[in-house]
Design a protein. Structure first.
Length: 177
């Protein structure tokens, strides 16, 4: 049995991964990640870093973050508890979808992950309290290569599902386009 259903999304290279779980009287088995199976979806790198977040308040925003070369990274985002609307914004100037964004709800219930290629900014808003995410990165974090976009930038016109309850000063202060 294939452990994942891979769905290509309207922004080139952006992929929704749905986990196909196995359930019996003991509970559920679910593969969160498999490099071999996800190679066709665009994951062709070793995992360089794994990050974990717990966001306490519904409506909180994290992002929009990305890294520039040589630390531009592919991310694989999975929600372990709670729910988020996860945003990916295409920053590839040569792309026909430059500055377009896509939003996907990620939760344990819908068994989805988002595979975000290099050249995209990423952020999310929590839909529930105590939301937990795990991120797999193709490159390590480099503070000198970190950049961000302001999620409230009118030029991006991102439609947040909730009013923002919390956002870091750093994320609020990212420049406008």
């Amino acid at each position: 049995m294939n452990q994942f259903t891979i769905t290509t999304l309207p922004l080139d290279g952006l992929t929704l991964i749905t986990r196909n779980s196995i359930e019996d009287s003991r509970g559920i088995f679910e593969r969160l990640f498999c490099a071999d199976e996800l190679q066709g979806a665009g994951w062709t790198f070793p995992v360089a870093q794994i990050n974990h977040t717990i966001t306490k308040k519904k409506g909180a925003v994290r992002g929009l973050h990305f890294q520039i070369e040589p630390y531009a990274e592919t991310k694989f985002i999975t929600c372990l508890q709670g729910a988020v609307v996860d945003f990916a914004i295409d920053l590839r100037r040569e792309s026909s979808t430059y500055l377009k964004w896509y939003a996907a709800e990620l939760s344990p219930e819908n068994q989805t992950s988002l595979l975000i290629p290099e050249g995209f900014a990423h952020g999310f808003q929590t839909l529930l309290d105590d939301t937990e995410l795990i991120y797999l990165h193709s490159k390590p974090y480099s503070p000198n290569h970190e950049r961000g976009l302001n999620i409230l930038d009118k030029k991006l016109n991102i439609q947040l599902p909730l009013s923002i309850t919390e956002i870091s000063d750093k994320d609020r202060d990212w420049p406008l386009l």
